[in-house]
Design a protein around this ligand. Structure first.
Ligand code: FAD
Length: 537
């Protein structure tokens, strides 16, 4: 191995960024080149667009992240123009549907809300920043508890974890009190109603500066630091193919989307962190096709509703002065509608759901001014109960050697179904959500199950594990059968998971990066397992 190894990272989201940061800090002579297919949409690379105060600038950053659904920006992003299909539902702002309905779109009739972001920072520029820890069976059974504690604490540090965000909000506290009265006696010690941990930095005015990939990159994007000199981020650069020499990655073929020029970049190691669909797609396109690639797709299903807070119940817990100071605080940052975030975490067997309860000044939709709950000065809560999907080999993504997508990579089809097991838990979660709503006030939107794919948290398609037959990566995230190919992202999570997965994926990435650094230093202890059939010419 070279004394000055070059490591390429595909994808600039929080996971690719965690790899870049840990590797450069552990390897004083290494260089990292990060390739990102999308454009840089914020001044600071990978920053959360939620931090942009100007509404027009924010809207533009979001639209430019929307790849094939980037409207007028599409061609400037190196994506050929395509017919627009009327009647599609739109993805969350900043993201684009995978099955967007025009030429070159993926096929996902059973997973229609599946979406991605294509920009520096990836989905991490658009995320809500909730970073709960996995618990009970959500955890990875091949990582011992003491190591996990270290990994997850390191990940929390990289993401600027705040365990008590908005804990000084009196309305947020009153919401917790009411929920605790309803559910407290049923929940186990340590898993009661609490504030939701988030990623960001509280500001003196009570608002948050939300974390993105920029937070994870940290010193790598601070001019003048040693690590910044060894880090290169190339936006609008699509990795088309991984070039192999047997079970060893030689380099990558990249296309500069501004000039359309292709070039070969030799590397000593490669990290693919290009999301749970596009990472397996790149592996497949390169002839790397382990049996579990793309299989065992899971997400957490979401039952949602909006509730108008009950004035009498709130007034019994919050004084008029406290309400007035809360309203004044919210007015300082009208661009960011979230004023407090609470949760009821996953616990087994008591509460096998993750409930996220966001307090906001307005409902997320236009409420008829004649509605009795319109203009409620106490505000509203948007609630979502995350329900797990049990992994099955049948659920997943398959790739075509004959049909190309809009980027010229093998197109894919997602096949996915809920079973009686999930249906039963969804019904139970809906009943609990009704109880939570009645405890807090009146429903202004009835509980409903969102379409498949709505969570934006796609897992399992490159699962890490101990069995090469049912996993794509070994316990250190290295693709079975390869000595210098590592994968990262939510796709590695092999468990049935109810909650926001990014913290878990960053923790897994920290483990993968430490192990890769050890190997690149020549101190590796594990040989690549020969899984020859995984490589197809
Ligand atoms: P991504 O952030 O998706 O980044 C992957 C990048 O790879 C993309 O920028 C893509 O353009 C690039 N790429 C793909 N293919 C190629 C290629 N061939 N060549 C070069 N580049 C390529 N998670 C939570 O834990 N908590 C939350 O509260 C939360 N809220 C969310 C809210 C929204 C609206 C959204 C959109 C997401 C949310 N998420 C949340 C999910 C979270 O953002 C993701 O888990 C996280 O961003 C995943 O990081 P990643 O680095 O694996 O992938």
């Amino acid at each position: 191995m070279s004394d000055t190894p070059t490591i390429a990272v595909v994808g600039s989201g929080p996971i690719g960024s965690a790899y870049a940061r840990v590797l450069l800090e552990l390897l004083p002579h290494a260089r990292v080149i990060m390739f990102e297919a999308g454009p840089q949409v914020t001044q600071r690379p990978g920053e959360s667009v939620r931090n942009i105060a100007d509404p027009d600038e924010k809207a533009r950053a979001r639209e430019r992240s929307q790849g094939p659904q980037a409207g007028d920006f599409r061609e400037s992003l190196g994506i050929p123009a395509a017919a627009v299909v009327e009647g599609m539902f739109t993805a969350r702002q900043g993201t684009h549907l995978l099955d967007f309905g025009a030429e070159g779109s993926a096929h996902a009739p059973t997973f229609p809300a599946a979406a991605a972001a294509t920009n520096v920072g990836g989905q991490g520029s658009h995320w809500t920043c909730a970073i709960p820890r996995p618990a009970f069976s959500e955890k990875l059974d091949f990582i011992a508890d003491d190591e996990w504690e270290d990994l997850v604490s390191t990940a929390e540090g990289l993401l600027h974890h705040q365990s008590a965000a908005f804990s000084d909000s009196p309305v947020g506290a009153a919401i917790r009190t009411l929920l605790d009265r309803e559910f407290g006696a049923e929940l186990p010690e340590g898993y009661g109603v609490s504030t939701l941990p988030v990623a960001g930095d509280p500001q003196p005015d009570g608002s948050m500066r939300w974390a993105g990939a920029d937070t994870v990159l940290g010193p790598l994007i601070e001019p003048g630091t040693d690590v910044a000199a060894r880090f290169e981020l190339r936006d609008l650069t699509l990795v088309r193919r991984i070039e192999l020499d047997g079970s060893h990655v030689r380099g990558v073929v990249v296309e500069d989307l501004r000039t359309r020029e292709e070039s070969f970049v030799p590397v000593d190691a490669l990290v693919v962190a290009a999301d749970a669909f596009r990472s397996p797609q790149l592996l497949w396109a390169s002839g790397i096709r382990p049996a579990a690639l793309g299989r065992y797709l899971t997400e957490h299903h979401v039952v949602i509703s909006t509730v108008s807070l009950d004035a009498d119940r709130m007034a019994a817990l919050v004084t008029e002065d406290e309400l007035q100071s809360e309203l004044a605080r919210r007015a300082t940052n009208p661009a960011d509608p979230v004023a407090a975030v609470n949760r009821i975490p996953f616990s087994e067997p008591e509460h096998p759901y993750s409930a996220q309860i966001m307090y906001a000044e307005n409902p997320p939709f236009a409420l008829d001014p004649a509605h009795p709950a319109a203009g409620n000065r106490w505000g509203y809560v948007n609630m979502g109960f995350g329900v797990r999907k049990f992994p099955r080999v049948e659920d997943g993504v398959t790739f075509s050697d004959d049909e190309l997508d809009y980027r010229g990579l093998p197109n894919f089809t997602i096949e996915y179904a809920l079973t009686e097991r999930e249906d039963a838990e969804i019904a139970q979660a809906t009943a609990r959500l009704r109880r939570a709503g009645h405890a807090l006030g009146t429903f202004v939107a009835d509980p409903r199950l969102l379409p498949n794919g709505s969570s934006l948290h796609y897992m399992g398609t490159m699962r890490a594990g101990t069995d090469p037959e049912t996993s794509v990566a070994d316990p250190y995230s290295r693709v079975w059968g390869f000595d210098n190919l590592v994968v990262g992202g939510n796709g590695l999570i092999p468990t049935a998971n109810t909650m926001n997965p990014t913290l878990t994926s960053v923790a897994i990435a920290v483990r993968g990066a430490r192990h890769l650094a050890e190997e690149l230093r020549g101190g590796g202890t594990t040989e690549a397992e020969p899984v020859a059939e995984a490589v197809e010419a």
